[in-house]
Design a protein around this ligand. Structure first.
Ligand code: HMG
Length: 390
């Protein structure tokens, strides 16, 4: 029996109500804004309103997929996040009623820092190889939060990417080769009692580059393509300049010329949305893919490289090919509008939102309406999160 190709059949992205301009942050921190624009490659960052969280943006990303394809063949929902709202219950179950997911599905949350979305995609591919009639909804959703006035602060952000994974996909066919690298490193972590991540910034940048090279070596060892074959490289982007650094490192490690033009050609179209959304942890790599598809000329039948990195750390190098007609399935207008319709956020409100804490007394707390996006967190009552859709 031949197995049909498996991959991404539909792809949708959502982000938050607010955007904070890096010029405001540079002014308050007393640094040259070019450190952010050029040094780390970020212009604005998405910031969640008080009534938004990873569930509301995940629902907003997934809803257009459900509207287009229905839920009939969805037997599994894999939600990847490292900004979970509950230690036990999967965030996928909180969004279950919001977007009308079927009861006849397994719903699970996955975690390994920014790598979780890739775990979801690969697990989905395995399930579909076993039964090609089934579809898997994979959602990567995160709000990246560092302490105020730290080097990590300008690399915050938020987004969700939802992917419908199926046999005979309309957008991207996953290739079977995969390169893996895992190692126990304390480069970035968030103990259960903290709302903001801890990070050793320089260690994390070096760990990311080393993991990329090791995963690439493993990819080749397992029969993957030559480096020169790829039309584009989608990297995990904690800040867009990181993709540039990692690609330069990879090219140099393999004896290729790593001039700026060559690196830009490989990654340019993948960075547009991340540059304005910021780090979206699990969603970041797939936001890079959304950006590539919305900005590049026709890539039909072209191989694309994916480099997933999650601190801690796990990395994976894998590849996929764009399917004939993929253009007809993109959501370019909606994606652009998700970015351009964000409301500019003032610095004082940004700090208030950053410092706000979830009530823990179990009483009823209504959350005033702030977001204009399709889903919101309406209240917290009896330690339960109560969501509503518009
Ligand atoms: P920093 O110490 O504030 O910045 O932190 P810097 O001093 O290293 O400067 C950054 C760059 O800006 C440098 O360029 C400067 O030269 C340049 P580089 O040497 O790197 O090429 N610069 C300027 N350029 C133009 N005009 C100027 C100017 N001034 C300086 N005026 C750091 C930077 C990334 C460490 C910090 O933002 C941080 O800690 N970020 C959080 C950690 C992070 O994002 N790590 C990335 C790899 S780990 C990862 O990706 C996983 C993660 O997503 C989490 C997960 O997996 O869940 C984070």
């Amino acid at each position: 029996m031949t197995t049909p190709p498996v991959g991404i059949h539909d792809l949708s992205f959502a982000t938050t109500h607010y955007a904070l301009d890096h010029a405001l942050l540079a002014d308050r921190l007393g640094v040259d804004p070019n450190k952010f624009y050029l040094g780390i490659g970020q212009e604005t960052m998405s910031v969640a309103a008080a009534d938004e969280d990873i569930v509301t943006i995940a629902a907003a990303a997934a809803q257009p997929i459900i509207d287009r394809h229905g839920v009939d063949h969805i037997r599994t929902v894999l939600l990847a996040t490292e900004s979970g709202v509950d230690q036990s219950k999967s965030a996928g179950l909180y969004l279950h009623p919001l977007i009308g997911l079927p009861n006849t599905a397994r719903v699970v949350e996955l975690k390994q820092a920014c790598y979780g979305g890739t775990a979801g995609l690969q697990f989905a591919a395995g399930l579909i190889a076993r039964d090609p009639s089934q579809r898997v909804l994979v959602i990567a959703t995160d709000i990246a939060k560092y302490e105020l006035d730290t080097p990590g602060e300008p690399t915050q952000g938020a987004a969700a990417v939802a992917m419908l994974v199926s046999a005979n996909p309309a957008i991207l066919r996953l290739e079977p080769h995969s390169g893996l690298y895992s190692a126990d490193i304390m480069d970035f972590w968030r103990p259960n009692y903290r709302t903001a991540a801890l990070v050793d910034g320089k260690t994390s940048v070096n760990a990311y580059q080393k993991a990329t090279q090791e995963a690439w070596t493993d990819y080749r060892r397992h029969g993957g393509r030559d480096l020169g074959e790829f039309a584009a490289f989608c990297y995990h982007q904690p800040f867009t300049r990181m993709a540039f650094k990692a690609h330069r490192h990879l090219l140099e490690s393999q004896g290729f010329t790593a001039d700026t033009a060559a690196i830009d050609a490989a990654i340019r179209h993948t960075t547009s949305y991340n540059r304005t959304v910021g780090n979206s942890y699990t969603a970041s790599l797939y936001l890079g893919l959304v950006s590539l598809l919305d900005h590049a000329d026709d890539l039909t039948d072209q191989p694309i490289a994916f480099i997933s990195y999650g601190s801690g750390s796990v990395a994976e190098f894998f590849s996929g090919t764009l399917q004939p007609g993929y253009h007809d399935h993109l959501r370019t207008d909606a994606n652009r509008s998700a970015v351009t319709t964000r409301v500019p956020l003032g610095y004082d409100r940004y700090r208030e939102l950053h410092e706000a804490r979830t009530p823990t007394d179990g009483r009823y707390h209504a959350i005033p309406e702030e977001t204009t996006r399709p889903f919101r967190l309406a209240a917290i009552s009896g330690h339960k999160r109560i969501y509503e859709s518009r």
